[in-house]
Design a protein around this ligand. Structure first.
Ligand code: PLP
Ligand code: TYF
Length: 394
Protein backbone atom coordinates (compact mmCIF):
# COMPACT_ATOMS: atom_id res chain seq x y z
CA UNK A 1 0.00 0.00 0.00
CA UNK A 2 2.64 2.50 1.00
CA UNK A 3 4.46 1.94 -2.28
CA UNK A 4 1.61 3.89 -3.88
CA UNK A 5 2.52 7.00 -1.94
CA UNK A 6 4.12 9.90 -3.75
CA UNK A 7 6.39 12.56 -2.28
CA UNK A 8 4.51 15.59 -0.94
CA UNK A 9 5.51 19.24 -1.34
CA UNK A 10 7.47 20.58 1.63
CA UNK A 11 6.27 23.35 3.91
CA UNK A 12 8.67 26.01 2.60
CA UNK A 13 8.59 28.06 5.79
CA UNK A 14 9.47 25.02 7.91
CA UNK A 15 12.22 24.04 5.44
CA UNK A 16 13.69 27.54 5.77
CA UNK A 17 13.66 27.21 9.58
CA UNK A 18 15.64 24.00 9.28
CA UNK A 19 18.14 25.65 6.94
CA UNK A 20 18.57 28.49 9.45
CA UNK A 21 19.24 26.07 12.31
CA UNK A 22 21.91 24.32 10.28
CA UNK A 23 23.72 27.57 9.39
CA UNK A 24 26.85 27.73 11.60
CA UNK A 25 27.39 31.50 11.15
CA UNK A 26 27.24 33.50 14.35
CA UNK A 27 25.57 36.70 13.23
CA UNK A 28 22.78 34.98 11.27
CA UNK A 29 19.37 36.65 11.46
CA UNK A 30 16.08 34.71 11.34
CA UNK A 31 13.22 36.64 9.73
CA UNK A 32 11.50 33.46 8.59
CA UNK A 33 8.75 31.68 10.47
CA UNK A 34 5.91 33.79 11.84
CA UNK A 35 6.60 33.41 15.52
CA UNK A 36 6.96 36.42 17.81
CA UNK A 37 10.42 36.86 19.31
CA UNK A 38 11.56 39.43 21.84
CA UNK A 39 14.81 41.43 21.60
CA UNK A 40 16.72 38.41 22.95
CA UNK A 41 15.29 36.21 20.22
CA UNK A 42 13.09 34.31 22.69
CA UNK A 43 9.42 33.43 22.19
CA UNK A 44 8.31 33.88 25.78
CA UNK A 45 5.40 32.35 27.63
CA UNK A 46 3.23 35.36 28.43
CA UNK A 47 2.91 36.35 32.09
CA UNK A 48 -0.86 35.87 32.20
CA UNK A 49 -0.51 32.42 30.62
CA UNK A 50 2.02 31.38 33.28
CA UNK A 51 -0.23 32.74 36.02
CA UNK A 52 -3.29 30.95 34.63
CA UNK A 53 -1.35 27.70 34.30
CA UNK A 54 -0.34 27.90 37.94
CA UNK A 55 -3.93 28.38 39.04
CA UNK A 56 -5.12 25.68 36.67
CA UNK A 57 -2.67 23.18 38.12
CA UNK A 58 -4.17 23.86 41.53
CA UNK A 59 -7.86 23.83 40.65
CA UNK A 60 -8.15 21.40 37.77
CA UNK A 61 -9.87 18.34 39.19
CA UNK A 62 -10.37 16.33 36.02
CA UNK A 63 -9.07 15.95 32.53
CA UNK A 64 -12.12 14.09 31.35
CA UNK A 65 -13.58 15.01 27.95
CA UNK A 66 -15.12 18.40 27.31
CA UNK A 67 -17.93 18.73 24.74
CA UNK A 68 -17.47 17.86 21.07
CA UNK A 69 -17.39 21.57 20.24
CA UNK A 70 -15.14 22.34 23.23
CA UNK A 71 -16.08 24.27 26.34
CA UNK A 72 -18.85 26.78 25.45
CA UNK A 73 -17.26 29.29 27.87
CA UNK A 74 -14.18 29.32 25.64
CA UNK A 75 -16.22 29.85 22.48
CA UNK A 76 -18.16 32.66 24.09
CA UNK A 77 -15.10 34.40 25.53
CA UNK A 78 -13.06 34.26 22.33
CA UNK A 79 -16.02 35.21 20.13
CA UNK A 80 -16.52 38.26 22.32
CA UNK A 81 -12.88 39.20 21.90
CA UNK A 82 -13.18 39.02 18.11
CA UNK A 83 -16.73 40.21 17.48
CA UNK A 84 -17.51 42.29 20.57
CA UNK A 85 -21.29 42.45 20.89
CA UNK A 86 -22.11 43.17 17.25
CA UNK A 87 -23.90 39.88 16.49
CA UNK A 88 -26.75 38.56 18.68
CA UNK A 89 -25.80 35.28 20.38
CA UNK A 90 -28.73 33.44 18.78
CA UNK A 91 -27.14 33.85 15.33
CA UNK A 92 -23.80 32.36 16.42
CA UNK A 93 -22.42 28.84 16.34
CA UNK A 94 -18.92 27.85 17.41
CA UNK A 95 -16.55 24.94 17.76
CA UNK A 96 -13.10 24.87 19.33
CA UNK A 97 -10.35 23.75 16.97
CA UNK A 98 -6.73 22.67 17.08
CA UNK A 99 -5.31 26.08 16.15
CA UNK A 100 -6.38 28.59 13.57
CA UNK A 101 -5.28 26.05 10.98
CA UNK A 102 -7.81 23.56 12.33
CA UNK A 103 -10.48 26.25 12.15
CA UNK A 104 -9.67 26.98 8.50
CA UNK A 105 -9.69 23.29 7.68
CA UNK A 106 -13.07 22.85 9.34
CA UNK A 107 -14.47 25.94 7.62
CA UNK A 108 -13.49 24.53 4.23
CA UNK A 109 -15.12 21.22 5.17
CA UNK A 110 -18.27 23.09 6.13
CA UNK A 111 -18.25 24.88 2.77
CA UNK A 112 -17.79 21.51 1.10
CA UNK A 113 -20.90 20.14 2.79
CA UNK A 114 -23.01 23.25 2.19
CA UNK A 115 -21.84 24.27 -1.26
CA UNK A 116 -19.68 21.53 -2.86
CA UNK A 117 -19.35 23.39 -6.16
CA UNK A 118 -18.27 26.61 -4.48
CA UNK A 119 -15.11 28.39 -5.48
CA UNK A 120 -13.08 29.70 -2.57
CA UNK A 121 -11.45 33.03 -3.39
CA UNK A 122 -7.98 33.70 -2.04
CA UNK A 123 -5.87 36.83 -1.96
CA UNK A 124 -2.80 36.75 -4.18
CA UNK A 125 -0.60 36.20 -2.30
CA UNK A 126 -1.88 34.43 0.79
CA UNK A 127 -0.66 32.11 3.55
CA UNK A 128 0.46 28.95 1.65
CA UNK A 129 -1.58 26.69 3.93
CA UNK A 130 -4.81 28.21 2.59
CA UNK A 131 -4.53 26.83 -0.96
CA UNK A 132 -2.91 23.68 0.33
CA UNK A 133 -5.85 22.83 2.63
CA UNK A 134 -8.42 23.76 -0.01
CA UNK A 135 -6.70 21.58 -2.59
CA UNK A 136 -6.44 18.72 -0.10
CA UNK A 137 -10.18 18.90 0.48
CA UNK A 138 -10.84 18.91 -3.25
CA UNK A 139 -12.49 22.32 -3.44
CA UNK A 140 -12.15 24.81 -6.26
CA UNK A 141 -10.28 28.04 -5.71
CA UNK A 142 -9.63 31.31 -7.47
CA UNK A 143 -7.36 34.25 -6.72
CA UNK A 144 -8.08 37.93 -6.37
CA UNK A 145 -5.35 40.50 -6.77
CA UNK A 146 -4.33 41.94 -3.42
CA UNK A 147 -0.80 43.31 -3.37
CA UNK A 148 0.74 45.90 -5.65
CA UNK A 149 4.39 44.92 -6.03
CA UNK A 150 5.40 48.46 -6.99
CA UNK A 151 3.87 50.44 -4.12
CA UNK A 152 3.89 47.47 -1.72
CA UNK A 153 0.36 48.47 -0.73
CA UNK A 154 -3.04 46.86 -1.33
CA UNK A 155 -4.08 46.83 -5.00
CA UNK A 156 -7.64 47.66 -4.11
CA UNK A 157 -8.84 48.40 -7.64
CA UNK A 158 -7.45 45.05 -8.80
CA UNK A 159 -9.02 43.30 -5.83
CA UNK A 160 -12.48 44.71 -6.49
CA UNK A 161 -12.24 44.02 -10.20
CA UNK A 162 -11.33 40.38 -9.59
CA UNK A 163 -13.96 39.91 -6.90
CA UNK A 164 -16.62 40.89 -9.45
CA UNK A 165 -16.19 37.30 -10.65
CA UNK A 166 -17.67 35.87 -7.43
CA UNK A 167 -20.74 33.69 -7.91
CA UNK A 168 -23.56 33.12 -5.43
CA UNK A 169 -22.58 30.30 -3.07
CA UNK A 170 -18.83 31.04 -3.32
CA UNK A 171 -16.70 31.84 -0.30
CA UNK A 172 -14.19 34.68 -0.01
CA UNK A 173 -11.26 34.19 2.32
CA UNK A 174 -10.10 37.45 3.89
CA UNK A 175 -7.35 38.09 6.44
CA UNK A 176 -8.99 39.82 9.40
CA UNK A 177 -5.89 41.94 10.06
CA UNK A 178 -2.10 41.89 9.65
CA UNK A 179 -2.14 40.22 6.24
CA UNK A 180 0.21 37.26 5.89
CA UNK A 181 2.54 37.46 3.93
CA UNK A 182 2.38 41.11 2.85
CA UNK A 183 1.60 43.24 5.95
CA UNK A 184 -0.66 45.42 3.75
CA UNK A 185 -4.22 45.82 5.03
CA UNK A 186 -7.61 47.16 4.00
CA UNK A 187 -8.91 50.44 5.39
CA UNK A 188 -12.37 50.47 6.96
CA UNK A 189 -14.00 52.12 3.91
CA UNK A 190 -12.41 49.38 1.79
CA UNK A 191 -13.78 46.67 4.11
CA UNK A 192 -17.19 48.28 3.59
CA UNK A 193 -16.85 48.08 -0.19
CA UNK A 194 -15.80 44.44 -0.01
CA UNK A 195 -18.72 43.69 2.32
CA UNK A 196 -21.18 45.39 -0.05
CA UNK A 197 -19.88 43.39 -3.02
CA UNK A 198 -20.04 40.09 -1.12
CA UNK A 199 -23.65 40.82 -0.14
CA UNK A 200 -24.54 41.82 -3.69
CA UNK A 201 -23.04 38.60 -5.05
CA UNK A 202 -24.59 36.33 -2.44
CA UNK A 203 -21.23 34.92 -1.31
CA UNK A 204 -20.04 34.03 2.19
CA UNK A 205 -16.92 35.52 3.78
CA UNK A 206 -14.44 33.30 5.60
CA UNK A 207 -12.30 35.51 7.77
CA UNK A 208 -8.98 34.24 9.06
CA UNK A 209 -7.89 36.26 12.08
CA UNK A 210 -4.60 35.05 13.51
CA UNK A 211 -2.92 38.27 14.65
CA UNK A 212 -5.52 40.27 16.60
CA UNK A 213 -3.62 42.74 18.76
CA UNK A 214 -0.47 42.68 16.62
CA UNK A 215 -1.46 45.53 14.29
CA UNK A 216 -3.20 48.65 15.56
CA UNK A 217 -4.63 47.24 18.81
CA UNK A 218 -7.07 44.55 19.93
CA UNK A 219 -10.21 46.51 19.09
CA UNK A 220 -8.80 48.22 16.00
CA UNK A 221 -7.63 44.91 14.50
CA UNK A 222 -11.13 43.47 14.84
CA UNK A 223 -12.88 46.45 13.27
CA UNK A 224 -12.91 45.06 9.72
CA UNK A 225 -14.19 41.67 10.91
CA UNK A 226 -16.95 43.33 12.91
CA UNK A 227 -17.91 45.54 10.00
CA UNK A 228 -18.24 42.68 7.57
CA UNK A 229 -19.97 40.46 10.17
CA UNK A 230 -22.67 43.09 10.58
CA UNK A 231 -23.08 43.63 6.84
CA UNK A 232 -23.60 40.03 5.71
CA UNK A 233 -26.34 37.51 6.50
CA UNK A 234 -23.79 34.74 7.10
CA UNK A 235 -20.06 34.36 7.64
CA UNK A 236 -17.36 32.11 9.06
CA UNK A 237 -14.54 33.27 11.27
CA UNK A 238 -11.41 31.21 11.92
CA UNK A 239 -9.68 32.65 14.98
CA UNK A 240 -6.28 31.67 16.34
CA UNK A 241 -4.83 32.25 19.82
CA UNK A 242 -1.37 31.04 18.83
CA UNK A 243 0.17 34.48 18.39
CA UNK A 244 -1.72 36.87 20.63
CA UNK A 245 -1.60 34.50 23.62
CA UNK A 246 1.78 33.03 22.60
CA UNK A 247 0.46 29.47 22.96
CA UNK A 248 1.48 28.17 19.53
CA UNK A 249 2.00 24.53 20.49
CA UNK A 250 -1.16 24.29 22.59
CA UNK A 251 -3.18 24.37 19.34
CA UNK A 252 -5.89 26.83 20.30
CA UNK A 253 -8.35 28.03 17.70
CA UNK A 254 -12.05 28.55 17.15
CA UNK A 255 -14.42 28.38 14.21
CA UNK A 256 -17.36 30.75 14.53
CA UNK A 257 -20.38 30.61 12.27
CA UNK A 258 -22.71 33.56 11.82
CA UNK A 259 -26.09 32.53 10.45
CA UNK A 260 -29.06 34.49 9.21
CA UNK A 261 -31.32 33.49 12.09
CA UNK A 262 -31.49 31.35 15.22
CA UNK A 263 -32.91 28.29 13.48
CA UNK A 264 -30.14 28.34 10.88
CA UNK A 265 -27.54 28.87 13.62
CA UNK A 266 -28.77 25.72 15.37
CA UNK A 267 -28.26 23.66 12.23
CA UNK A 268 -24.84 25.20 11.60
CA UNK A 269 -23.89 24.32 15.18
CA UNK A 270 -24.90 20.70 14.59
CA UNK A 271 -22.71 20.62 11.51
CA UNK A 272 -19.71 22.14 13.29
CA UNK A 273 -20.09 19.61 16.11
CA UNK A 274 -20.49 16.80 13.58
CA UNK A 275 -17.30 17.84 11.78
CA UNK A 276 -15.31 17.87 15.03
CA UNK A 277 -16.58 14.38 15.75
CA UNK A 278 -15.51 13.10 12.35
CA UNK A 279 -12.07 14.64 12.54
CA UNK A 280 -10.94 14.27 16.15
CA UNK A 281 -13.97 13.99 18.45
CA UNK A 282 -12.89 16.44 21.12
CA UNK A 283 -10.73 19.49 20.47
CA UNK A 284 -7.65 20.15 22.65
CA UNK A 285 -8.57 21.98 25.83
CA UNK A 286 -5.47 23.18 27.68
CA UNK A 287 -4.86 26.33 25.63
CA UNK A 288 -8.57 27.03 25.37
CA UNK A 289 -8.91 26.80 29.15
CA UNK A 290 -6.02 29.23 29.70
CA UNK A 291 -7.54 31.70 27.24
CA UNK A 292 -10.92 31.43 28.97
CA UNK A 293 -9.36 31.96 32.40
CA UNK A 294 -7.48 35.03 31.16
CA UNK A 295 -10.42 36.59 29.36
CA UNK A 296 -12.78 35.98 32.28
CA UNK A 297 -10.49 37.38 34.97
CA UNK A 298 -10.12 41.16 35.10
CA UNK A 299 -6.60 41.12 36.52
CA UNK A 300 -5.23 38.44 34.20
CA UNK A 301 -6.88 40.07 31.21
CA UNK A 302 -5.41 43.48 32.02
CA UNK A 303 -1.93 42.00 32.37
CA UNK A 304 -2.29 40.03 29.14
CA UNK A 305 -3.44 43.13 27.30
CA UNK A 306 -0.54 45.16 28.69
CA UNK A 307 2.01 42.57 27.58
CA UNK A 308 0.38 42.22 24.16
CA UNK A 309 0.47 45.99 23.79
CA UNK A 310 4.22 45.97 24.55
CA UNK A 311 4.69 43.30 21.88
CA UNK A 312 2.70 45.35 19.37
CA UNK A 313 4.39 48.69 20.04
CA UNK A 314 7.80 46.98 20.07
CA UNK A 315 7.21 45.68 16.55
CA UNK A 316 5.97 49.10 15.44
CA UNK A 317 9.13 50.74 16.80
CA UNK A 318 11.23 48.21 14.85
CA UNK A 319 9.26 49.06 11.70
CA UNK A 320 9.87 52.79 12.20
CA UNK A 321 13.55 52.21 12.87
CA UNK A 322 14.01 49.99 9.83
CA UNK A 323 12.17 52.44 7.56
CA UNK A 324 14.36 55.25 8.95
CA UNK A 325 17.62 53.33 8.48
CA UNK A 326 16.62 52.45 4.93
CA UNK A 327 15.70 56.05 4.18
CA UNK A 328 19.12 57.19 5.39
CA UNK A 329 21.05 54.48 3.55
CA UNK A 330 19.13 54.51 0.26
CA UNK A 331 18.57 58.26 0.17
CA UNK A 332 14.95 57.62 -0.84
CA UNK A 333 11.52 57.17 0.66
CA UNK A 334 10.80 54.00 -1.24
CA UNK A 335 10.92 51.85 1.90
CA UNK A 336 8.30 53.91 3.72
CA UNK A 337 5.85 51.03 3.28
CA UNK A 338 7.63 49.13 6.06
CA UNK A 339 6.30 51.66 8.59
CA UNK A 340 2.84 51.55 7.00
CA UNK A 341 2.49 47.77 7.09
CA UNK A 342 1.02 46.15 10.19
CA UNK A 343 1.50 42.90 12.05
CA UNK A 344 4.47 40.61 12.11
CA UNK A 345 5.21 40.63 8.39
CA UNK A 346 6.24 42.89 5.56
CA UNK A 347 6.79 41.80 2.03
CA UNK A 348 9.98 43.57 1.02
CA UNK A 349 9.46 43.18 -2.72
CA UNK A 350 12.94 41.74 -3.31
CA UNK A 351 13.61 39.33 -6.19
CA UNK A 352 14.31 35.66 -5.42
CA UNK A 353 17.96 36.34 -6.32
CA UNK A 354 18.13 39.20 -3.83
CA UNK A 355 16.52 37.02 -1.13
CA UNK A 356 19.15 34.39 -1.91
CA UNK A 357 21.95 36.97 -1.72
CA UNK A 358 20.66 38.17 1.66
CA UNK A 359 20.88 34.60 2.94
CA UNK A 360 24.15 33.53 1.32
CA UNK A 361 26.14 36.77 1.67
CA UNK A 362 24.62 38.24 4.84
CA UNK A 363 23.15 35.31 6.81
CA UNK A 364 19.71 36.93 6.70
CA UNK A 365 16.84 34.46 6.34
CA UNK A 366 13.48 35.53 4.96
CA UNK A 367 10.83 33.57 3.08
CA UNK A 368 11.49 33.20 -0.67
CA UNK A 369 8.76 35.70 -1.60
CA UNK A 370 10.73 38.26 0.50
CA UNK A 371 8.38 38.13 3.49
CA UNK A 372 10.25 39.20 6.59
CA UNK A 373 9.22 38.68 10.18
CA UNK A 374 9.74 42.06 11.82
CA UNK A 375 9.80 40.41 15.27
CA UNK A 376 13.00 38.62 14.26
CA UNK A 377 14.82 41.98 14.50
CA UNK A 378 16.18 44.00 17.39
CA UNK A 379 17.91 47.37 17.86
CA UNK A 380 21.27 45.92 16.85
CA UNK A 381 20.18 43.93 13.81
CA UNK A 382 17.97 46.60 12.18
CA UNK A 383 20.97 48.58 10.82
CA UNK A 384 22.61 45.36 9.62
CA UNK A 385 19.45 44.40 7.72
CA UNK A 386 19.10 47.90 6.24
CA UNK A 387 22.72 47.84 5.09
CA UNK A 388 22.30 44.41 3.49
CA UNK A 389 19.02 45.32 1.76
CA UNK A 390 20.63 48.32 0.11
CA UNK A 391 23.76 46.32 -0.74
CA UNK A 392 21.89 43.58 -2.59
CA UNK A 393 20.11 46.29 -4.56
CA UNK A 394 16.46 46.06 -3.48
N1 PLP B 1 -3.80 32.01 9.49
C1 PLP B 1 -2.70 32.70 9.20
C2 PLP B 1 -2.74 33.74 8.15
C3 PLP B 1 -1.52 32.45 9.89
O1 PLP B 1 -0.43 33.13 9.60
C4 PLP B 1 -1.51 31.46 10.90
C5 PLP B 1 -0.25 31.24 11.53
O2 PLP B 1 0.23 30.70 12.29
C6 PLP B 1 -2.72 30.78 11.17
C7 PLP B 1 -3.82 31.08 10.44
C8 PLP B 1 -2.97 29.73 12.19
O3 PLP B 1 -2.05 29.43 13.08
P1 PLP B 1 -2.27 28.28 14.16
O4 PLP B 1 -2.81 27.10 13.48
O5 PLP B 1 -0.92 28.08 14.72
O6 PLP B 1 -3.22 28.84 15.17
O1 TYF C 1 3.25 32.00 8.24
C1 TYF C 1 3.88 31.68 9.25
O2 TYF C 1 5.10 31.73 9.29
C2 TYF C 1 3.10 31.28 10.49
C3 TYF C 1 3.57 29.99 11.13
O3 TYF C 1 2.70 25.32 8.17
C4 TYF C 1 3.32 28.77 10.32
O4 TYF C 1 1.76 31.30 10.19
C5 TYF C 1 4.13 28.47 9.23
C6 TYF C 1 3.92 27.30 8.51
C7 TYF C 1 2.92 26.43 8.90
C8 TYF C 1 2.13 26.73 9.99
C9 TYF C 1 2.34 27.89 10.70
Amino acid sequence: MFTNLKAQPKDKIMALMQQYREDPREGKIDLGVGVYKNAQGVTPVMRAVKAAEKVLWEIEGTKSYTGLAGDPAYGNALTKLVLGDVIPAERLSMAAQPGGTGAIHQAVELIKIASPDATIWLSAPTWPNHPSIIKHLGMKMAEYRYFDNESRAVDFDGMMEDLKGIKAGDAVLLHGCCHNPTGANLTLPQWQEVADLIVEKGATPLIDIAYQGFGDGLEEDAAGVRLIAQAVPEAMIAASCSKNFGIYRERTGLLVGISENAEQAGITQQNLTHLNRQNFSFPPDHGARLVTMILEDEGLKADWMAELEDVRTGMLALREKLAGELRARSGSDRFGFIADHRGMFSRLGATPEQVEALRVDHGIYMVGDSRMNIAGLNEETVPLLAEAIVKVGV
